[in-house]
Design a protein around this ligand. Structure first.
Ligand code: ADP
Ligand code: MG
Length: 692
């Protein structure tokens, strides 16, 4: 038997091998050990229970799902990149051809004479035989007996990143489960019967290798219950002060350096900013630790408020950690803070995964000896070896991007530090309370004075030329523009095929179009230093337009940029679009946002774009997002960025959330110290959660 915590100690390489590229692709998905791996929730499932043979299927109909034998292989086209594999269906005996464009590795992977499970979409026009270019081929001997028994079965479909493919992840998942012994239950036995849960081990196995839809449902119920139970238990324990006593609340002071910082700003704070600062100072000087969510649209001045609050805490002689969701954003905040604090005699530092070796150990030493007042970085701030002398305040930017566990790790670094979470994706208050328990919410509604609302247009195919010209005019005026596309040209992502415009092609197109201006291409696969250099050049106006994937989604602040062009806009979620739009309209200039849907945009896709055209208000957009996505979509809310709950869906599982909440309340009333024998498992889980 192993506990879930044991699995955290088993490195991912034991299931996925030592390939660097593979491991870093997993890292991008937040997967670093076997625990993370089995918690990688499938995006959806494909039903492959019925056999559909080659030759049986009309093109465009159901996908071919069968067993084939490989007959021959050859390269075609230029440069040994495209592989053609001839196969014969073992049941219908019909021959088919698989065209692996840009998949040269298939030549090595497929062995003539061997048998494979084929899942494929037939091209409308075959040459002599039915042809397939979208296909998955899995060696039969890769399947466990359990899977063979269910024919194609229900196949988990995972989120992808980097070089990962569905088949790789499935293979690694199988390797993981064959490596780990039975997983111990992580809830008291009585709860399993009370809430009709299945055991933990079965839940995880069913999640990844279900035989029926019911298997999936039960797995999600059990894992979801456990997730929300522990989340609420932690929230509840955090919010009750450790010794039960309360210091009397005093009128909060405003310290010298805070005043100096505020007076030194080239503008005055908005009323909402002042109000929020007051709320934060009051929290900070009350006896309880602060647990506050600060919501406000992009550009409303949240970060500035957080940094002023940081000064407050530093003046009380304690340390502050400021965590951002990406390295890029962390660096921007660090630069910002360094500038703001220049004359205040406050020591700031920056820490992310790239800080290593001597620099890192020196930094950690300074942090542990209180030579650093404010440290800004990614979740590296809460790695195991990072120790704080006296962590009093934790700021979390764009909190929805952090998982529950990252948040827990962070809380455990200080003695109940004050916590301020910032988000531009507002959470309806009822939901926030349900999920986070005792959480206070501050809101900035007013934008800094002098900002003009961004004008948003939905641009159909016939108007695209006009759109490019309008941007051209802005470039002529010395302003800057962003062009956003959903994918990178060189990837082999099976799911979003080539009809999507990709950044590389569009980059050449736009470079020609705006030949008098300097443009740069930026996407997540560029090395960080290069990204940062490009963004700096954009910042200083050396670059006129950026052609980008959604890496600019958060945090880039260039007031001179007035155009945001998002092509295939229907491919993005509402909140992502709103965030992207927030990159413009950050100065005094009139800004424009052009949303250009793909040619095959769906009705719902268009509806989403309409929501954006009609509103600049993040709160309205969040509510609409909730409405439009609705239930039905397995992980809709999760992806919409409200929270990183893995297994619980906020729209569908409200009853379960309430039940778990009730259970937590009763449990803590009856047995606050968790001393009953049946509660040992909870006690251990809590300890593990807080210390990992
Ligand atoms: P958020 O974190 O909410 O996206 P920021 O704090 O990054 O917003 O602020 C966005 C920009 O607006 C920054 O350049 C900041 O300096 C500026 N800003 C913040 N508060 C004000 C204000 N009261 N008046 C004018 N500009 C402001
Ligand atoms: Mg921000």
């Amino acid at each position: 038997m192993s506990t879930l915590n044991d699995l955290r100690k088993i490195p991912l390489s034991s299931a996925a091998g030592n390939g660097k590229k593979t491991l870093s692709s997993y890292q991008a998905l937040g997967v670093e050990n076997l625990y993370d791996l089995i918690n990688l929730r499938p995006r959806t499932y494909e039903d492959r229970t019925g056999r559909v043979c080659i030759g049986e299927q009309v093109p465009g109909g159901a996908w071919t799902n069968t067993i084939v034998q490989a007959q021959s292989k050859s390269f075609f086209g230029k440069g040994l990149k495209n592989v053609k594999i001839s196969v014969r269906d073992t049941q219908s005996a019909v021959r088919g051809e698989l065209l692996g464009f840009n998949r040269p590795y298939l030549d090595k992977m497929v062995v003539t004479g061997n048998f494979y499970r084929l899942y494929a979409n037939q091209l409308p026009e075959g040459y002599r035989y039915p042809q397939f270019s979208k296909f998955e081929l899995t060696a039969l001997n890769d399947f466990t007996d359990e899977e063979k028994a269910v024919s194609g079965g229900l196949l988990a479909v995972y989120p992808l990143s980097g070089n990962l493919t569905q088949n790789m992840i499935r293979k690694h998942m199988r390797a993981a489960f064959s490596r780990i012994s039975e997983i111990e239950n992580d809830l008291p036995e009585t709860m399993y019967s009370k809430f009709r849960l299945i055991n933990t081990d079965r839940s995880y196995r069913n999640l990844h290798f279900p035989r029926t839809a019911e298997d999936i449902k039960q797995a999600l119920r059990t894992l979801g219950f456990s997730e929300i139970f522990y989340m609420q238990l932690l929230a509840k324990r955090r919010s009750s002060s450790p010794d039960g006593s309360f210091r009397r609340s005093v009128t909060p002071r405003i310290y010298e350096k805070e005043k100096k910082l505020i007076e030194g700003l080239p503008f005055s704070l908005t009323d909402d900013q002042l109000k929020v600062l007051k709320e934060i100072r009051e929290d900070m000087s009350s006896g309880k630790s602060m647990n506050r969510l600060l919501q406000g649209d992009v550009g409303s001045g949240k970060t500035l408020v957080a940094l002023i609050a940081a000064v407050h805490c530093i003046q009380e002689g304690r340390q502050v950690a400021f965590m951002a969701p990406t390295e890029l954003l962390a660096r921007q905040h660090a630069m910002n803070a360094a500038k703001l604090f220049e004359k205040l005699d406050i020591n700031t530092a920056f820490l992310d995964g790239s800080v290593t070796g001597k620099a890192r150990s020196l930094l950690l030493k300074n942090l542990a000896s209180k030579n650093i007042d404010l440290i800004i970085g990614t979740h590296a701030l809460f790695s195991k070896d990072v120790e704080y002398a006296d962590l009093g305040f934790v700021i979390v930017d764009e909190q929805h991007r952090f998982g529950v566990e990252q948040r827990r790790a962070l809380f455990s670094k200080g003695q109940n530090p004050d916590v301020l979470m910032m988000t531009a994706t507002p959470i309806p208050r009822t939901l926030a309370l349900t999920i986070y328990g005792d959480l206070n919410v501050s809101t900035i509604k007013t934008m800094p004075a002098g900002r003009l609302p961004v004008k948003t247009f939905v641009v159909g195919p016939s108007r695209r030329e006009d759109m490019y010209n309008a941007v051209g005019v802005e470039l002529q005026r010395g302003h800057q523009a962003y062009f956003i596309y959903p994918r990178i040209g060189d990837d082999t992502d099976e799911e979003h095929e080539s009809e999507l415009k990709d950044v590389t092609t569009m980059y050449s197109f736009l470079s020609e179009k705006y030949s008098g201006f300097r443009g740069e291409l930026i996407h997540s696969r560029l090395p960080d230093e290069q990204k940062i250099e490009i963004l700096n050049d954009f910042n200083t106006g050396k670059i006129s337009f950026l052609v980008s994937t959604s890496v600019v989604e958060v945090g880039i602040d260039v007031p001179n940029a007035t155009c945001m062009v998002i092509e295939h806009a229907d491919f993005f979620g509402l909140s992502a679009l709103h965030q992207l739009r927030g990159r413009v309209g950050r100065g005094k200039l009139q800004s424009w946002c052009f949303l250009s849907p793909g040619d095959n945009v769906s009705k719902d896709g268009l509806k989403r774009l309409e929501v954006l055209r009609n509103s600049n208000d993040g709160f309205v957009i969040a509510e609409q997002d909730l409405l439009l996505r609705g239930p039905g979509e397995i992980s809709g809310l999760r992806q919409s960025g409200f929270t990183n709950l893995r297994f619980v869906s906020l729209d569908k599982d409200l009853d379960m959330i309430a039940a778990a909440r009730q259970e937590v309340t009763e449990l803590l009333e009856r047995d606050p110290g968790l001393l009953e024998a049946d509660h040992a498992v909870i006690r251990r889980a809590l300890l593990e959660l807080q210390s990992f």
